[in-house]
Design a protein around this ligand. Structure first.
Ligand code: FA5
Length: 343
């Protein structure tokens, strides 16, 4: 073998070894590359070293020195790769990262304030003995209206006040048609679904989204959440309704919160009230409530002579806003991280 061919082989080996060490993604790959190039018995460096014996006598000195230089470079490349993998595989580019600067605070994801509120409300109501049930957001007219004692000509069924859906590709123009489907406008639908499938007594809450074509303003949004409550038993009365809502309000908003009932009307409760909480110096409406109308009890197959009950439906956004002093409901849905990071 002549000296030139030997030096070319050394150059080649240095390049390949450095490239393979730098490309090793983990310590296993690096060890395999080390054995390939620096293995004591069959490493490629060893093979090249053996070829030195075939060099002409006058070329042996230069060949030996070049071999040592090659070995040093290969070992240095191995050390560099070992160090890199030892630090978790990360490479620090001087221009991109200054490791002497203080760390940047990481923004860790968190649940949305409405999700946090829902979890909190479930927790409070759970301690008051209410279990949580779910209901669908796409409803039929039986559960959203008819069983809730909302007759066909009631303005609450108007297509302008609801999100009716197209069924089998066709818009349902007749809102009274039994095949009509809509995004539920209230969680009271879940009362019906539960009573249809459960014999009394019943003590449940249901939290979820409802939809109304209300123009957005500081206190209204077209999609919002309600917490429905229902307690049916042999002798449930209005005083218990007020006690439960008072206990709920003081647990959620604070012990200094008062509650008042204003007479109101809902087709599915009789008598019906609006529930207001005294909060931050003024009365705020949080929802509607009342004693379940006997017509509703009959619609689900209960006997109004045997059971009575109360129901309530509270606005979850309004509760969240009250507790956290949020003055505009739209802030909850702008997805502005500066706002959301406060929760
Ligand atoms: C109802 O939806 C009745 N289903 C409540 C009820 C349940 C009464 C059971 C009796 C028995 P109302 O339409 O008032 O009632 O809505 C209840 C609450 O939802 C309101 O007090 C308010 O807090 C909230 N709410 C209503 N519309 C909106 C809206 N567009 N944006 C945000 N919150 C709203």
């Amino acid at each position: 073998m002549d000296l030139q061919a030997f030096l070319t082989a050394l150059d080649e080996l240095t390049k390949q070894a450095s490239g393979d060490f730098a490309a090793a993604g983990d310590s296993e790959a690096l060890e395999a590359a080390r054995v390939q190039y620096l293995g004591a018995r069959s490493g490629r460096l060893k093979d090249v070293q053996k070829q030195m014996g075939a060099l002409p006598k006058e070329a042996k000195r230069e060949g030996g020195m070049s071999f040592n230089a090659c070995k040093t470079k290969v070992q240095a490349a191995l050390e560099e790769a070992t160090e890199r993998l030892g630090s978790g595989g990360a490479t620090v580019s001087d221009s991109a990262i200054d490791p002497t600067l203080p760390g940047t605070k990481l923004h860790i994801g968190r649940t949305h304030p409405i999700t946090q509120t829902i979890e909190h409300l479930k927790d409070i109501m759970g301690r008051l003995g209410f279990s949580v049930v779910e209901g669908p957001e796409v409803e039929d007219t039986w559960h959203n209206f008819i069983a809730l004692n909302i007759p066909e000509d009631h303005p609450a069924r108007d297509p302008l006040d609801n999100f009716y859906l197209t069924v089998a590709g066709k818009a349902v123009v007749d809102a009274s048609a039994s095949e009509a489907r809509l995004l539920r406008s209230q969680t009271s639908t879940v009362q019906i679904r539960v009573m249809e499938n459960t014999p009394p007594p019943v003590r449940i809450i249901s939290l979820g989204r409802v939809y109304r074509p209300d123009p957005p303003d500081a206190t209204h949004f077209p999609m919002f959440h309600q917490m429905e409550g229902l307690w049916i038993d042999t002798s449930v009365n209005m005083a218990q309704l007020k006690s439960v809502l008072r206990l709920f309000a003081t647990s959620y908003l604070g012990s200094d919160v008062s509650i008042r009932f204003r007479p109101s009307f809902f087709p599915f409760t009789e008598p019906s009230v609006e529930a207001d909480f005294y909060w931050n110096g003024s009365w705020v409406e949080f929802g509607g409530a009342g004693m379940v109308d006997p017509n509703v009890l009959k619609a689900v197959g209960y006997d109004p002579e045997e059971v009575t009950g109360f129901a309530f439906g509270l606005g979850v956004e309004r509760l969240c806003m009250g507790r956290h002093n949020v003055t505009d409901i739209r802030d909850l849905y702008r997805n502005d991280l500066r706002f959301l990071h406060q929760f």
